[in-house]
Design a protein around this ligand. Structure first.
Ligand code: RB5
Length: 143
């Protein structure tokens, strides 16, 4: 399965580092844009990524905007998406272990490249614990 990537202009630079990391690891990805640092609107990139996650075309997703909030809010409008804003490794671990997050959201303007790459490693390598957490995430969708 390919990893899905997207960002707005504020996340573009970090997205480029992420692409480099994924290439080095030999991991396949699909880039939903944006493709430059020119100002743009994060929903234009978040919605296509969310739809692809819901259809099972990519998994997981990684999304970046300036704070992470706008792109996270947009992604989570989709009922099949559990997007988690992560700014350190422990939050990344818990969003996988407890929430089975299927999109990692990073705050491009508020996280170092090194920390972001560590967060990605943890996110990609932490399994969902299931059990009581499965019951809880099954109660998240509203339709
Ligand atoms: C762009 O300036 C910025 O508003 C955006 O990247 C994000 O932080 C919004 O939530």
């Amino acid at each position: 399965m390919k990893i899905g990537l997207c960002s707005d202009h504020a996340g573009f630079e970090l997205k480029q580092y992420i692409e480099k990391l994924l290439k080095e690891r030999g991991l396949e990805y699909c880039d939903f844009g944006t493709n430059s640092s020119e100002s743009c609107d994060y929903p234009d990139y978040a919605h296509p990524l969310a739809v692809a996650v819901e259809k099972g075309e990519v998994y997981p997703g990684i999304a970046v905007c300036g704070t992470g909030n706008g792109i996270c809010m947009t992604l989570n409008k989709h009922q099949g998406v559990r997007a988690a804003l992560c700014w350190n490794e422990e939050i990344a671990r818990l969003c996988r272990a407890h929430n089975d997050a299927n999109v990692l959201v990073l705050p491009g303007r508020f996280i170092s490249t090194d920390e972001a790459l560590r967060v990605i490693d943890i996110f990609l390598n932490t399994p969902f614990e299931g059990g009581r957490h499965l019951r809880r995430i099954q109660k998240i969708p509203i339709s």
